[in-house]
Design a protein around this ligand. Structure first.
Ligand code: ADP
Ligand code: MG
Length: 619
């Protein structure tokens, strides 16, 4: 392995695997080479942590008075970055062992994976215990000077240009710790810029628990709050932390700080921003939940950590279990993420349920801002559909205007003869309550949910039922008022039937069927979807959404008429005497019903007729 040059300098070849690894690192992993900063700082932090541990457990170290810490110095002119730590350092043997061989069992698997994949992900490097070599992505030459914590040791220098091997020589009397000088490649000189390095250190290593200085300036001042116990954290600290990681001047609306031990060790601090930026037209948000392992950023905006519909969350998820699993079983990477996702999502849903109970006002604000996300979840995430159905709220005829209900509370209020949960889609409460579809519910004293959000009907479609009670559109509800006494002057069944038949002939193809309604009280007529698939209001939305509405099949609605309404009573009386007028009135009744359903395409067409009718009335 080693061929001696002179008494001072020893030349070593890299272990064959390292040679292979270096080639891959240098030649095919260029996309994300900035992560070498994170890797070197993480190593420095590990070395500091080892020192802290030894001292805490009563061990003696060289230079007891030097506190563990990390400093970076850039020299833009020379194109170098120097990273110094006062950690445990390395003996000569350790230098050879740690920087010249691959000791980790996961590394072979990693290499195999890299060889199989055409475009490997550079982000993974650090997770496979080969982080040190990422330095060669940016540096053409690396000089490591180190002095172990051992009291009777001495300094050593390790020098490599990546290819071929490395040299080791004694370096005399050094302070404890490790100094790494990176002589940057010509196309990597930007890393010697103070500004660039500051940005990178802050991105990846802000929460490293040892002080990091860059050119004499302290960079990491915010603590990794998620790893501290809740009871020791002041409100201001949380606020400061959120401002830092959330890039949001406003205080967060909600906060969840929790730890879990099984099935995975997780420490997490999550925030719901006060404002939903997506609703403000800022475009689709990207999750800002970052994945850490022992306070070092592994994946910013980690994809897959939460389901898509939780993309408004900001914060930190730290799992100690991460790198071990990943480095030992490379292919389990995604299943680990799935496990994390399951735990995190479950925990956050539970938290929302608790908030709804304990902090109703905050929850109301949350719901107002983020209900679309919950609904997106119901429609797209079968696994969490049920839990989410408990979290959505609706305006309802059963409560005062402005007060929203959960489905569970609606069910609790249902009278025993009500078997279904009813809803009406309407732009607002007034419009719902004045709709002909509402009449039967008012008479029967059944509560109706008022769905003001056009998405709600999709949601109801996907839910289908709640606590075993079918969710049913009020437009399609099979309800009648047969028990209520007939109004005076109402048409008898025979004349009502023949009127209905005549109206169908008069309206022709524009209507499916004309029937006698058993659910109307105050309105003369109502349109009902002939195919019973979608409600009238849903069709209106679909029409608006669909691009190619140029050649739709003609909408077919059934018309239900109210035989006790004066208009219908008189229509029956005049239809033989003045057929043209009766036809106009029929058209108008149909159009009015379509207006009530919100499906009249072009109201201008009916205005002419309406004016003629008015003229006749005033004659
Ligand atoms: P990992 O950090 O996953 O072990 P690396 O390739 O990053 O893999 O580092 C290899 C080894 O080199 C480390 O485990 C450590 O023993 C040693 N090492 C690297 N940097 C330092 C340092 N700054 N101080 C002391 N030891 C170091
Ligand atoms: Mg490392």
């Amino acid at each position: 392995m080693s061929d001696s040059a002179d008494a001072q300098t020893e030349k070593h070849h890299f272990q064959a695997e390292i040679q292979q690894l270096l080639n891959l690192v240098i030649h095919s992993l260029y996309t994300d080479r900035e992560i070498f900063i994170r890797e070197l700082i993480s190593n420095a932090a590990d070395a500091c942590e080892k020192l802290r541990f030894i001292q805490a457990s009563g061990g003696t170290v060289f230079q007891t008075d030097t506190a563990p810490g990390i400093s970076l110095v850039t020299d833009e002119k020379a194109g170098t970055v120097t990273l110094t730590d006062t950690g445990v350092g390395m003996t000569r043997e350790e230098l050879v062992e740690n920087l010249g061989t691959i000791a980790h069992s996961g590394t072979k698997a990693f290499l195999k994976q890299l060889a199989e994949e055409q475009k490997p992900d550079a982000k993974l490097i650090g997770q496979f215990g080969v982080g040190f070599y990422s330095a060669f992505m940016a540096a053409k030459r690396v000089v490591v000077s180190t002095r172990s914590k051992e009291v009777d040791g001495s300094g050593w220098q390790w020098i490599s240009e990546g290819v071929g091997g490395y040299e080791i020589q004694p370096a005399g009397d050094l302070p404890r710790g490790t100094k790494i000088v990176l002589e940057l490649k010509d196309d990597a000189k930007e890393f010697a810029e103070d500004y660039t390095l500051e940005r990178l250190v802050k991105r990846y290593s802000s929460f490293v628990p040892f002080p990091i200085e860059l050119n004499g300036k302290r960079l990491n001042t915010v603590q990794a709050l998620w790893a501290r116990s809740k009871s020791d954290i002041k409100e201001e600290e949380y606020q400061e932390f959120y401002r830092f990681i959330g890039h949001d001047p406003d205080a967060p609306l909600m906060r969840l700080h929790f730890t879990a031990d099984a099935p995975l060790a997780i420490q997490s601090l999550l925030f719901v921003p006060t404002k939903n930026l997506e609703a403000m037209g800022m475009g689709r948000m990207d999750s800002e939940a970052n994945l850490y392992c022992r306070k070092v950023l592994i994946q910013p905006k980690a994809k897959g950590l939460f389901p898509d519909w939780l993309r408004f969350l900001k914060g930190v998820v730290d799992s100690e279990d991460l790198p071990l699993n990943i480095s030992r079983e490379t292919m389990q990477d995604t299943s680990l993420l799935q496990k994390l996702n399951k735990v995190l999502t479950g925990r956050f849903l539970k938290f929302l349920g608790e908030q709804a109970e304990q902090q109703p006002e905050t929850y109301e604000k949350f719901h107002a801002e983020y209900q679309r996300f919950l609904k997106e979840g119901i429609v797209t995430d079968y696994q969490h559909k049920e839990a989410l159905s408990k979290l959505i709220r609706f305006e309802t005829s059963g409560l005062d205007a402005g007060k929203k209900t959960s489905l569970a509370d609606y069910v609790k209020r249902m009278p025993s003869d009500q078997k279904e949960i009813y809803f009406l889609l309407a732009p607002n409460r007034t419009s719902a309550e004045s709709s002909p579809y509402f009449e039967v519910f008012r008479e029967r004293r059944f509560e109706v949910l008022i769905l003001e959000d056009p998405w709600d009907e999709f949601v109801m479609d996907h839910l289908h039922e709640f606590e075993g009670k079918p969710l049913k559109s009020g437009e399609k509800a099979d309800l009648n008022l047969s028990e209520t006494p007939k109004k005076e002057g109402a048409l008898d069944e025979g004349s009502a039937k023949s009127l209905a038949q005549w109206m169908k002939e008069s309206l022709g193809d524009r209507v499916g069927e004309v029937r006698i309604s058993s659910r109307l009280v105050d309105s003369p007529a109502v349109v009902v979807d002939a195919d019973k698939q979608t409600s009238a209001s849903m069709r209106r939305i679909l029409k608006a959404v669909r691009r190619d509405d140029s050649t739709p099949s003609p909408d077919r609605y059934d018309l239900e008429i109210n035989p006790s309404h004066p208009i219908l009573v008189r229509l029956e009386a005049i239809r033989q005497k003045d057929e043209p007028l009766a036809k106009d009135v029929t058209d108008q009744v149909f159009d009015n019903a379509r207006v009530a359903a919100g499906i009249l395409e072009d109201p201008r067409a009916m205005l002419g007729r309406l004016n003629q009718l008015l003229e006749k009335v005033l004659r």
